[in-house]
Write a protein that binds this ligand. Structure first.
Ligand SMILES: [Zn+2]
Length: 227
C-alpha cells in the first residue's frame, strides 16, 4: 500500500513500528564515509542557507540504516537570482548531505524555473515525507532495504506555489488543471535527469500519490530509473 498523503502534515515523521530491522550484527562498523568531515554540510549551508543543520545521530541506530553526514532540512535557500529564495520543507526531513545537495540543485535549476514558467509565481515550499526511515522497499517485510534507510531518498507530495492560497499547491496525486499537469510533467522529466531514480503516479501502486526521487547507485551501471 502507498503511504497516505499527509493532508494535515504531522509535525514529525511518523515512526513505522512494524518495520523489521534488517538482520545484521549489532555494532557493526558504520559504512565508509559515515561521520566524515563536515565539508558537505559547510558547503551546503554556505550555498543554501540556515534552514539546514547537522542531524543528531540516533543512539542504537542500526548500522544498516546509517546515514552519511545526515542533515535536517527545514528549508533550502536558492541563490539562482539576485534575491535569495527560501523553499520550506513541510515537515522538515532528514537526508544525507549529498542528497540534500542534489535536491537543492534540482530545485534551483529546474523546479523554480518551471514554477515561474507555468504560474509566473515562485515555488515556496515542498510538502514532503519519507526522508530518513529505517525500512525496506515499499514497506515490505522482506527484500531490499529502501533507499530511505540511508537518507538518499525523498518523497514529494506537493509543490507549494506562491503563498499556497491564491496560487495553490500542485498535489502530485491530483494536479488541478492543464497548467498544473504540464508543470508536473516538466518536474518529473527534470527529476529523471537529476536523480538516479524517479518514480511517481502511474509507475506502481506504491507511488500513486507522490514523487519518489533518490540518488542510490544502480547495480546495473549507467541506468537511471524513471517512471
Ligand atoms: Zn520513497
Amino acid at each position: 500500500m502507498p503511504p497516505r498523503r499527509p493532508a494535515d502534515l504531522p509535525a514529525a515523521p511518523v515512526p513505522v513500528p512494524d518495520a523489521p530491522k534488517p538482520a545484521t550484527g549489532e555494532n557493526q562498523d558504520a559504512p565508509a564515509g559515515s561521520g566524515a568531515s563536515p565539508a558537505c554540510l559547510a558547503a551546503l549551508m554556505v550555498t543554501h542557507g540556515t534552514g539546514v543543520r547537522a542531524a543528531e545521530t540516533v543512539p542504537g541506530q542500526d548500522a544498516a540504516c546509517a546515514v552519511v553526514e545526515p542533515v535536517v532540512v527545514e528549508a533550502l535557500t536558492l541563490r539562482t537570482d539576485a534575491e535569495p529564495r527560501r523553499i520550506a520543507f513541510q515537515p522538515p526531513v532528514t537526508l544525507s548531505c549529498a542528497m540534500a545537495t542534489v535536491v537543492a540543485q534540482w530545485l534551483g535549476t529546474s523546479v523554480q524555473p518551471l514554477a515561474r514558467g507555468h504560474f509566473t509565481r515562485e515555488l515556496t515550499a515542498l510538502r514532503v515525507g519519507g526522508g530518513h526511515e529505517c525500512r525496506r522497499r515499499n514497506r515490505s517485510s522482506t527484500g531490499a532495504l529502501s533507499e530511505h534507510a540511508n537518507g538518499r531518498a525523498l518523497d514529494i507530495f506537493g509543490f507549494v506555489i506562491g503563498d499556497g492560497k491564491v496560487d495553490g499547491t500542485v498535489v502530485v496525486e491530483k494536479p488541478d488543471g492543464a497548467s498544473q499537469q504540464r508543470f508536473l510533467a516538466g518536474v518529473r522529466q527534470s527529476a529523471c535527469g537529476a536523480f538516479m531514480t524517479s518514480l511517481g503516479p502511474g509507475s506502481d501502486a506504491a507511488h500513486s500519490n507522490h514523487l519518489h526521487v533518490d540518488i542510490q547507485e544502480r547495480r546495473i551501471s549507467a541506468s537511471r530509473f524513471c517512471q
